[in-house]
Design a protein around this ligand. Structure first.
Ligand SMILES: [Ca+2]
Length: 397
């Protein structure tokens, strides 16, 4: 840890991580205290129930719809070759929110169907469509008194207010779907959460009598939490959090009881917290948008050689581009990609450096303190280039 402190560029929200290499001394120091990488890699093994998608990790995504980045994260994971989404659970899960989820899932399915029409005898794509159709959608509190669907989404998906979607509703409560999925996949199932932890917390509380040393929950990648100056080395700190050890965090503060249930559950193998101190430095702006545009242009030429899964990935990247095009029209400074960072960490944890910690809380202010034996790891830095490589699915298509 002999790195020189990095001078922060005043125009940037974050230390220039692109140029700050994760030096071998730092990485090895972290690896010694942080043996999660082999754990995660071992999870990518084929699952017998998914023989047609041998490299994919069965995954549940929990989302909200106030912040557009939940949508971008779900699109990323739905279309990424390493992930097999089994359920999307929504917080709180009003009929408008559920309708919106069904609407964008349908959009992806329709794009896939067009591919089948254009390319004969493509059984792989037919099984991908089947897989997308089988994704269950769960709500935490469907009778919540506000519709909770951000204006960005209603403009992007005006169809989501169609009666056809509104009347379908959710498949079950999110926490029950989590339970059903967990019964099927056990600790192979990965949870990725980008919302207050109501669904996951309720699942644990309601079904804790079925959990024990043999029947455990596997990996939970949770967008939330904070690692302050007591945990984060100087060169990785954001100036906006200078001097802080605790702050409010939306996803923990949104349901404190549920957050504590998840954080204290002894039957979770690993919790990776993709925390505010790092997320606030990960911005998708015009430069990244141009990179994605360029990538899509290049990929367009290669489409005739794509496998069906690669085609799905291309659809996902195109949707992210289309959505961000709209977003950037009104938000010149770009979008903080909190949840997308969490989603990409679930694919490739090396994007972030983590420390083993215990989460601390006082009056709904959250922080971390180092620990030697907890199963919770909090992010203290992210490598932006690695993140955007994973996000743009480089190496997969
Ligand atoms: Ca979110």
């Amino acid at each position: 840890m002999n790195q020189k402190p990095i001078q922060e560029d005043k125009n940037q929200d974050y230390p220039p991580m692109n140029t700050l290499q994760f030096s071998s001394s730092y990485s090895s120091f972290e690896t010694n205290t942080n043996p999660y990488v082999s754990y995660l890699n071992s999870r990518a093994k084929s699952h017998p129930k998914d023989s047609s998608f041998p490299e994919q990790i069965p995954t549940i995504i929990d989302m909200e719809t106030g912040d557009p980045d939940d949508y971008f994260n779900v699109i990323e994971l739905l279309c990424h070759p390493r992930i097999c989404v089994k359920c999307i659970t929504v917080t709180p899960g009003t009929k408008e929110q559920i309708s919106f989820v069904r609407c964008f899932l349908d959009e992806i399915i329709i794009e896939c169907q067009q591919y089948v029409q254009n390319v004969d005898h493509n059984n792989d794509m037919i099984s991908i469509i089947e897989r997308l159709r089988n994704i269950k959608i769960g709500a935490y509190k469907p009778d919540h008194n506000k519709n909770c669907l951000g204006g960005f989404f209603t403009k992007m998906y005006p169809n989501s207010t169609d009666e056809k979607y509104l009347k379908q509703g959710s498949d079950d409560f999110g926490y029950n779907l989590m339970h059903q999925c967990w019964k099927e996949y056990g600790n192979q199932l990965m949870f990725v959460t980008g919302a207050p932890l109501s669904n996951l917390g309720t699942f644990i509380e309601k079904y804790s009598h079925e959990m024990n040393e043999q029947n455990r929950i596997g990996l939970c990648v949770i967008q939330g939490g904070f690692a302050g100056d007591n945990v984060t080395p100087h060169q990785f700190r954001l100036s906006k959090f200078a001097g802080k050890t605790k702050v409010s965090t939306y996803n923990f503060g949104g349901n404190i009881k549920a957050a504590k249930t998840v954080l204290n559950c002894p039957f979770i193998d690993k919790r990776l917290l993709v925390s505010k101190n790092v997320c606030h430095g990960v911005v998708y702006g015009k430069d990244r948008h141009m990179q994605l545009k360029e990538r899509l242009t290049q990929l367009e030429y290669a489409r005739t050689t794509f496998t069906s899964q690669q085609h799905l990935s291309f659809i996902g990247l195109s949707l992210i581009f289309k959505g961000m095009q709209k977003y950037l029209e009104k938000n010149q400074d770009g979008k903080k990609f909190h949840d997308v960072l969490a989603g990409c960490v679930s694919i490739e944890p090396n994007i972030c450096i983590f420390k083993r910690v215990e989460v601390i809380e006082e009056k709904n202010q959250w922080g971390s303190k180092e620990s030697t034996n907890s199963n919770t790891f909090v992010s203290i830095a992210a490598n932006l280039d690695s993140f955007f490589d994973v996000m743009m699915m480089r190496g997969y298509l």
